[in-house]
Design a protein around this ligand. Structure first.
Ligand code: XLS
Ligand code: NI
Ligand code: NI
Length: 436
């Protein structure tokens, strides 16, 4: 097959002085940072849906994306050609991983049986390409939101037949993920939520969602799928209220339904923003529950209130993300998946390269900066010291559960008014800027 990107070379590292837009300025896959090559810290993945299937439509206009290799048909041949182009793309960018929804890679058929056959056919193609080019599947998932049957939700649909259909689709998507040796499997909420409470039995829908996830855990055991399950929080879009609203809501749900041992969170920056949280907040909440698993690396537009899925370029953002990843000791099964699309005005194939290069460079800088901040130690020392009153004396007694109200009252009556210290926010902000 002929190359899809004949004028684009394999992207290599040229360093900060390079003015070549098709080169890395910071990402050097084998450069060792803190005892580990950059590529193993970052575990970059491309998203099949945005890279290969996003036509760049918006609510006001048709798609603008140029994809000369794609005849826009639903044929298996077209699907196979797309997969080949996608792997050429991964290869040229030096992206080690990818992620997909079942329906991104294989066309939905007229029946469930036909859809399953299509997926199995494409799994064979993907397997061959993975082996040829040494690429790995970071995670697979099922598209349980695009088809009209899922208008009321999938696992949380009011219609039990739809639940059954969704479960069958997850089963096949898990089979595909296992066959391709996927590191993980993601459940993003899709249409699991509601648009109005007038017609919605929330308690029953949540019970059903948990039931589907328990079935997935059982099925993984049955087929020997060793990948990590992830839930991906998002507060709204497409529904007005998504059940998996944010990290805290997801953790509560998992705990309530006894699923916490089987799931971690896949956090997406733009979803954090929609929840009026920072990505750093979401990561901190997840890490606190030992459930920080993977990252959908993107960003939103500061003036727009929706999921614009832009490529991450902000060094403060990537530094914060990498700080949390380093603090937890690095990814295990997770990685940095560019769940991001180019703007509708950036419609040429080369724009996909610029976008990924920028994201990879931004994270390489974030990694180096975060590592330097940790090595420097002043930030961590400050925080540690800020809580030092808990390390001994009355603080340690409280933490150890050795005292109650009566003892604390006696303590306070016999001590002078507490003397508190400055939080030094501005000093710490300046400290971070020393590194950026
Ligand atoms: C949509 C989600 C979706 C998931 C995968 O907002 O980010 O792309 O990552 O289903
Ligand atoms: Ni996502
Ligand atoms: Ni998103």
């Amino acid at each position: 097959m002929s190359e899809a990107f004949p004028n684009i070379p394999r992207i290599s590292y040229e360093g900060v002085d390079s003015r070549n837009p098709l080169a890395f300025k910071h990402y050097r896959p084998d450069e060792v940072v803190g005892g580990k090559p950059m590529k193993d810290h970052l575990r970059f993945a491309a998203a099949y849906w945005h890279t290969m299937r996003n036509e760049l439509t918006d609510p006001f206009g048709v798609g603008t994306s140029l994809k000369p290799w794609d005849d826009r048909s639903n044929s298996l041949d077209n699907a196979r050609r797309r997969a080949e182009v996608f792997f050429e793309f991964l290869d040229k960018l030096g992206l080690d991983f990818y992620c997909f929804h079942d329906r991104d890679v294989a066309p939905e058929g007229a029946t469930l049986a036909e859809s399953n056959r299509n997926l199995e056919a494409l799994v064979e193609t993907l397997q061959t390409l993975q082996d040829q080019l040494g690429k790995q599947l970071l995670w697979g998932t099922a598209c349980l939101f695009a088809h009209p049957r899922y208008m009321h939700g999938a696992a949380t649909s009011c219609d039990a037949d739809v639940f059954a259909y969704a479960a069958s689709q997850v089963k096949s998507a898990m089979d595909a993920t296992r066959a391709l040796n996927g590191e993980g499997y993601v459940f993003w909420g899709g249409r699991e939520g509601y648009t109005t409470l007038l017609n919605t039995d929330v308690k029953r829908e949540l019970d059903h969602l948990a039931a589907l996830l328990h079935m997935a855990v059982d099925y993984a055991r049955e087929i020997g799928f060793k990948g990590q399950f992830f839930i991906e929080p998002k507060p709204k879009e497409p529904t007005a209220h998504q059940y998996d609203s944010d990290a805290a809501a997801c953790l509560n749900f998992l705990r309530q339904y006894d699923l916490l041992d089987h799931f971690q969170l896949n956090l997406e920056t733009n979803h954090a923003t929609l929840a009026q949280h920072s990505m750093w907040h979401e990561m901190t909440v997840a890490a606190g529950a030992s459930a920080l698993g993977s990252v959908d690396a993107n960003t939103g537009h500061p003036h727009l209130g929706w999921d614009t899925d832009q490529f991450p370029t902000d060094i403060y953002l990537t530094t914060q993300i990498m700080l949390e990843i380093l603090r937890m000791g690095g990814f295990t099964k997770g990685g940095l998946n560019f769940d991001a699309k180019v703007r509708r005005e950036s419609f040429e194939p080369v724009d996909l390269f610029h976008a990924h290069i920028g994201g990879m460079d931004a994270f390489a800088r974030g990694l180096k900066t975060a590592h330097a901040i940790i090595e420097d130690g002043r930030l961590d020392d400050f925080v540690k010291n800020r809580y030092s009153s808990w390390d001994s004396g009355i603080g340690a007694e409280i933490e150890n559960g050795e005292v109650g109200f009566a003892q604390l009252e006696a303590y306070s009556l016999s001590h002078a008014e507490p003397t508190v210290e400055s939080g030094r926010q501005e000093m710490l902000e300046n400290l971070i800027n020393e590194f950026i």
